[in-house]
Design a protein around this ligand. Structure first.
Ligand code: PLP
Length: 294
């Protein structure tokens, strides 16, 4: 089946979508993006993703905003046109193309808006079942990580380096020794006393929508989450660890820099967190993820 995408107001076969090489997204990474998970053919937390998209655009002084109602509608249509019961919708907005390479951004940009949907398992994946192995690497990104910029070279290099080292993913460490976040996820540890910890929101990290949803889901259960910095060393010595993102949901971390956590298996707190999140997005956990109960 041909994959349907959407480019600047037009539904189009994905492989036929074309943009100008003068697009500022291509020349300057002058653009932002969002990835919204789809489960049971429902978009998970789409409004929060669109809020964050608008915030990113405002912070970059785009001036022009995409039509939110249209974006919501296209999200739903791409899910249905592509038969995505489980997967994600990708949305990218750049400051457009002007036939010249000018560093100075235009006042009223003609936005380039591109969206596509992809089928992909989110809950029952090898990493969600068995956990992932992480390496820590220096965080060499720019100072505005709160903006979901398409400038992802540092993250791409970190993931490539992690793979070269035989790991599944990378967590990034600031020069002060504290973990900022995963290369495409938020980073969490569980102490030996069972305290669940993640870094507080600031311009050092992306305010993850999945992170936010976990605060809601676990808060409703009366489970306390602590926002504070932790070092790579504290992470290696933690009882458990996990990452959160729209594409990986809650992914257990069972090894950091070659050091095994919880005997190399996802621990009980991580399983509880997975279960709470899967339940919050409407999954029938005993059926879809029986492994969360050990
Ligand atoms: N941090 C970074 C650097 C990311 O790229 C992502 C997702 O792509 C996240 C955190 C998690 O954000 P979300 O839960 O909204 O997917």
């Amino acid at each position: 089946m041909t994959r349907q995408a959407w480019l600047n107001g037009v539904y189009i076969a994905a492989e036929e979508a074309r943009i100008s090489p003068f697009d500022r997204g291509f020349l300057f990474a002058d653009g932002v993006y969002e990835v919204t998970a789809v489960y049971n053919s429902q978009l998970i937390d789409m409004e929060r993703h669109l809020d964050r998209l608008e915030r990113s655009l405002r912070e970059l002084k785009f001036g022009t905003m995409p039509d939110r109602k249209e974006l919501e509608d296209v999200h739903r249509k791409l899910v249905s046109a592509n038969g995505v019961d489980e997967g994600y919708v990708y949305l990218q907005v750049t400051r457009g193309a002007y036939g010249a390479r000018d560093f100075v951004a235009p006042d009223n940009p003609r936005l380039t808006i591109f969206m596509f949907a992809e089928k992909r398992a989110l809950i029952d994946t090898p990493s969600a079942r068995n956990g992932s192995r992480i390496v820590t690497l220096p965080d060499i990104r720019w100072a505005r990580r709160d903006i979901k910029s398409v400038g992802l070279l540092a993250q791409a290099l970190a993931k490539t380096e992690a793979k070269a080292r035989g790991a599944d993913d990378a967590w990034l460490v600031a020069p002060d020794g504290f973990v900022t976040e995963g290369a495409s996820s938020n980073a969490w540890i569980v102490t030996k006393d069972g305290e669940i910890i993640t870094r507080a929101i600031s311009n050092m990290i992306l305010a993850g929508v999945t992170r936010h949803a976990l605060f809601d889901a676990l808060g409703q259960k009366g489970i306390k989450l602590t926002e504070r910095n932790f070092t790579a060393d504290e992470a290696r010595n933690a009882a458990e660890a996990f990452s959160t993102a729209a594409t990986g949901l809650v992914t257990p971390v069972v090894e950091i820099d070659g050091v095994q956590l919880s005997d190399g298996k996802p621990g009980p707190t991580t399983r509880m967190v997975q279960k709470a999140y899967y339940t919050a997005i409407g999954a029938d956990v005993p059926k879809t993820a029986p492994w969360v109960n050990g």
